[in-house]
Ligand binder design. Structure first.
Ligand code: ATR
Length: 290
């Protein structure tokens, strides 16, 4: 991506708080967006040590930052240092986007919004009335579960290596949104049934991510079928073994690149109030994919 950034005395600031941050594509994405829109905003990486998180948040509040992103490992820890967190972010248990409004810091979560926008864009359907299998029960799974429950999915079956974590996730969604989450063990035969009858299967674990590209969270590939949409939040490699297995059985497959893109777009829209048109987004997405 070509970046044309000119910093002046009036330039507003955005940044990425995390550790590590050097491999993040967010600075390129956001600086490209500002450049395309002709907005005088610069987005910078901010590697922060654990003991400095509170001090850094205070500094960002005092300086001329209009907002910032938060990434691993601070998406949960950051919440206690903000003035307010959105209801959705509280349910998701994580914040990835912070906006400063009248000197106060507000926390949001655009990861799940990014997932939903990319899913709708690439699958051409939403979650209403759908049966979904969610693999994994970590932070990403929780954000996605909260989102698709509020989109009126019919059933969410969560399967995770550590069963207690899926139980915890089910409790959050079932108590707060809708009684639809059921928990399964990988060894459980009924899980295979849930898998077979599902419309949408989503992997939220890191299993199969580079460099361990021969691994997959699902060992029984006969449960994939051509009516399913199979989504992997991993984007490196572009096609995981999980997606490859699903594709061979005729399922429609989608990787996590769109989620990464749209979480950034949603954050940028929150900070600036800009609403991107579909046409504009398509052309930015094409250059982002390169
Ligand atoms: P994130 O915020 O990216 O979701 P996380 O909270 O650490 O990260 O969650 C990682 C998820 O991947 C968990 O569901 C984890 O399973 P456990 O709850 O049993 O730890 C899952 N995961 C990671 N490595 C795994 C592996 N080798 N096999 C199966 N599941 C794995």
């Amino acid at each position: 991506m070509d970046i044309d950034v000119r910093v002046t005395g009036k330039t507003k600031l955005l940044g990425l708080v995390g550790n590590p941050v050097e491999h993040s594509i967010s600075p390129q994405l956001h600086n490209t967006l500002s450049s395309l829109l002709g907005l005088d905003i610069v987005y910078i990486p901010l590697a922060v040590g654990k003991e400095d998180l509170e001090t850094v948040v205070k500094a960002l509040k005092a300086l001329d930052f209009i907002g910032f992103n938060v990434t691993i490992p601070y998406k949960r820890d950051i919440m206690k240092y903000l003035d307010e967190n959105s209801k959705e972010a509280i349910l998701m248990g994580a914040v990835n986007t912070v906006k400063k409004i009248d000197g106060r810091l507000y926390g949001y979560n655009t990861d799940a919004e990014g997932f939903l926008r990319s899913f709708k864009e690439e699958a051409g359907v939403g979650f209403k009335g759908k049966k979904v299998v969610l693999i994994g029960a970590g932070g990403v799974a929780r954000a996605i579960a909260v989102k698709i429950a509020s989109e009126d999915a019919e059933k969410i079956s969560v399967v995770n290596r550590t069963v207690e974590k899926s139980v915890e996730l089910a409790e959050v969604v079932n108590e707060n949104i809708k009684e639809i989450v059921q928990v399964y063990n990988f060894e459980d035969k009924t899980f295979r049934m849930a898998f077979e009858e599902s419309d949408i299967i989503i992997n939220t674990t890191s299993v199969g991510m580079y460099p361990k590209t021969r691994e997959t969270p699902v060992k029984f590939t006969e449960c994939f079928n051509k009516n399913q949409i199979v989504y992997d939040v991993i984007y490196n490699p572009e096609k995981t073994k999980f997606l490859n297995d699903a594709e061979k059985r005729g399922a429609k497959i989608i990787n996590g690149l769109g989620m990464l893109f749209y979480q950034g777009i949603s954050a940028y829209e929150i900070w600036t109030g800009v609403k991107f048109t579909e046409d504009k987004l398509k052309s930015v997405y094409e250059s982002f994919k390169k």
